[in-house]
Design a binder for this molecule. Sequence first.
Ligand SMILES: [Zn+2]
Length: 437
Amino acid sequence: MKAVILAGGMGTRLKEYTKDIPKPLITINERPILEYQIENLKNYGIKDILIIVGYLGFKIKEYFGDGKNFGVNIEYFEENQPLGTAGALYYLKNTFTEDFILIYGDIIFDIDVYKFIDFHKANGGIGTLIVHPNNHPYDSDILIVDENQLVKGIAKKNEKRNFFYNNCVNAGIFIFKKDLIDYVLKDKKQDLEKDVVLNLIGKEEIYAYRTTEYIKDMGTPERYELVKKHMESGFIKSRNLSSKQKAIFLDRDGTINKYVGLVYNPDQLIIEDDVIEALKLLNSSEYISIVITNQPIIARNLCTINQLEEIHRKMETILGEQGCYLDDIFYCPHHPDSGFPDENKIFKIHCDCRKPAIGLIEKAVGKYNIDLSKSFFIGDTTVDIQTGKNANLKTILLATGEGGKDNKYMVKPDFYAENLSKAINSILENNFEEVMV
Ligand SMILES: [Zn+2]
């Protein structure tokens, strides 16, 4: 597989660092971010790289040459006129005989490329793009993605949003079939997302690959300084999904949102007071955050899958507006006891995903390569604690929500905490309250 890197941008928002260099040559530890990109590709056997250069492109050529010194083969395409992020692709028609990776040259990342390629091949659309939550979705383009990871639309950052949305941001890394190029016009300035990808979304040809790996644009000086810190501490590399990940699994009702019984309408969802603080702390730590929740409201026909997802969209919108996020949400829609009026029969089954079963945790482990022995389950019920025990996780019972008074299982947590932010603090500082005997 070949890779194309779009390195023609001007990086006007980072002017103080890009006075006389193009943005992909901004350095971290004296190496340009473009060099980190090339190294990541090379680690996965992708050695044929085409760089599209524009503004000050000769400096990129000077530094990388034909790529031999970096263990890869580099070719360049020079734009004679600015063609936007997509226009130059027209001229690459004959360069590609198969699928190719396309990357924005101004982002820093470290990803398991094989895992991404596997996902793309399994879905079969013309394109797959990487998505992730970030801590500023309100000023990011958001992708509208259905339960099969098919992209249904884009909510642009400059358009007013009067609806709830998932925190699902385009990260700037794509795989395309070579057919993509049939959708690019000759000699016309075109934006990859607005003019080409959006058209393919309309044809149901674009899928979204969600990952917790480190992928950041460095759009502001603050974000650039943070990326430098993360590079030095090894954090960027540690998030590559080829390495085992640490996770904090979270219950939803009574842990993230206030316990009010079953929640089957977005109006019933109210975030617990300390949760924003807790998740900000969690998001900046080495742990990934994953919600595991039983939602028998589907089986009981109190609402539809889409209405449940609307509740989650509300949750993600509120969290995103406050600068925090959940890496993923897994829910069980089932319930084992049939015989209720109006029930939704296909969900009335004995499943392996309803807590305290660990089907959802196993799903998350497969998706994110999680090391359960270094991970936690936090919740407000004995069901949560039993789930954590069943998965060999360390467990923390909260005093919020039901505070363990559901009494469904005779089980003791490893630790107690007053609320979610105290629990997260305890984990990060490795300082726990003793379990009361
Ligand atoms: Zn289930």
